[in-house]
Structure formats: structure tokens, C-alpha cells
Design a protein around this ligand. Sequence first.
Ligand code: TRP
Length: 326
Amino acid sequence: MNKKRILSGMRPTGKLHIGHYVGALENWISLQHEYDNFHLIADYHVLTTNLNSDSIYQDSIEMLIDWLAAGLDPKISPMFRQSQIKEHAELHLIFSMLATVNRLERNPTVKDQIRDLHIENVSYGHLGYPVLQAADILLYKGDLVPVGEDQVPHIEITREIARKFNNQYGEVFPEPEPKLTAFARLPGLDGDAKMSKSLGNTILLSDDAETIKTKLRKAVTDPLKVRKNDPGRPEVCLVFSYHKKFSPSEILEIETGCRSGALGCVDCKLKCTSNISSFIAPILEKRKYYEEHLDEVKDILTDGENRAQKVAKITIQEVRDKMRLG
Ligand code: TRP
């Protein structure tokens, strides 16, 4: 039986942080044997919120190195940049006729970005963010898309576009489904709900132990635990939420120690530093290898792009045939 296809994608923002790992990469890695995977570097999507394209290439390479270092296998699954496969642009154009402005204006992620980034005039391309994403997914006929909750509206728009195309021109596309990541989102070091590069509150997958120690030292804990032996409340402490992920075998001991006051925040943070660094150590080692073998990284990209291109070409021909474009 044919394996179902997964299309997973990320915008290249450079080096990844542990929130990316917990929220996405870990899931991708565990799915790579069970499904037929395509891993997309959504470099054109970056332009929706930042017109400066100077660092897009370098950021794409850094992200790819983290994917490889974390354990994605390029022999199994192609990894490629959206901008190198021109069929993305072509399918986006066709899909843009199938998505109404009204529908796109109701998209909650764009609304949030307009609010958070204080965008006064939203560009045509930014409004069309989910249309480009629909082209990413449907060009490869993805059945499943691993995403967090925030991306579900985009998958819904993808399904609507697929349905509309199929009804209008004939059956070409599957209606993809979101494959939700069963993760608790990692909060940022500053206590913000989310780790995010733009907020500068992250621990990178490429941070060494010393850097992690310095970053964690400043992390906010329970404000009521002022002195070392004061009892603390793990449920309001962000360091504890990191422990939940990175210290599973010690979690009970940490929780009781914090509550009783036996475990002070300084020691608790050192334990957290040590567990996160041992988790990162093998990733860091592989990253070093790829940094020293950049040619290999570029070959992986070229190979991925050739493989993706073949599939994209077939789908676009099918689309043109159904549309009788000749
Ligand atoms: N919108 C996604 C994000 O911000 C990135 C992305 C672009 C994507 N194209 C995709 C994700 C296709 C899944 C499938 O995270």
C-alpha cells in the first residue's frame, strides 16, 4: 500500500530554538519512516513580513543544518526551498482566483500579525499567505500537514481551495488534514507564552552549556519564591515547564523539592541547564559536522530540489490539462 504523504514546512528564520524542536521537528522526525515526507523551506513566505531578503538564503541554510542535526534524514525525505521550484508561483496564481478577499480577511493569523507587528497597510501578498501555503501543500498532494493549533485555519483554507478547484475543473487534489502536534508549547525565557526569535527569549538548538546557563539564570520563576527555601509553585514557573520536557525522570523529585522549599531556584536552574545541554549535545555535534561540510549541505538541498521539482512538474501538468490550458 502507498504511504500517505506529509507536507511539512517552516519559514526560515535562521537557527532554530528548542520550541521549534518540541513543537514541530520532534514530530517530523518521528513521522519520517511511517509516511512519505516532503520538507519545505518556505522562503518566499518570509517576504510577507520582511521585505529585506539579504539573509533569507543564509537563514535557510542555518535552518536546514538544524533539521539535519536534529535527525531528519535527507535520504528518506527531500528538503527544498519554495523559491527554487517555480511551480509554487504558478499554482499560487491559479489558486488566487479561487480564494475570495473576504475569506482571506477573516483569516485569524493575518489579523494577529497585523495587530502584533503594527502593520498599517497589509500587502496583497501578505493577505495571500494561506493561498501560497495551499500551493505548497497541494503541489505535492499532501494528505497530512503537521502543524500547531495556530496553523489550522490555513489548512482549512487549503481544503476549501482544493474543493473549489476540483469542483470547477475536475479532481486533482486531496483535501489535506492537519496533523496536530501533541505538544505543550514551550514558553519564552521572559515568561511570554511563546519562544520566538523576534522576542529574543529563546534557547537555541545550537546553544552551548555556558550560554544556556547564562540564559536560564535570568529566566523568571515563581515571584513568590523569593528566598532559596521558600515554597514554590511549579505550575507558574517556566523553568518547571522546561523540566517537564527535558527532565522527565526527575520530574516528581523536582516538583516536591520546589513545593517544600528544599530545592532552590538556583539549583533547579542548574539541573535544567544540565539536562537541556545533554539533550542538545548530540545535535550540536552533528551541527558542527555540517558546518564543516557545507558542500554536503548544499548537495542535500540540490538533491531535494530535484526530487521536489519532478513531483511539482507532474502536478502542474495535470492542473493545466484539467483547465484545458494546453
Ligand atoms: N505558515 C507556516 C508557519 O508559519 C509555514 C509554512 C509555509 C507551511 N508553507 C507551509 C507549513 C506548508 C506547512 C505546510 O509555520
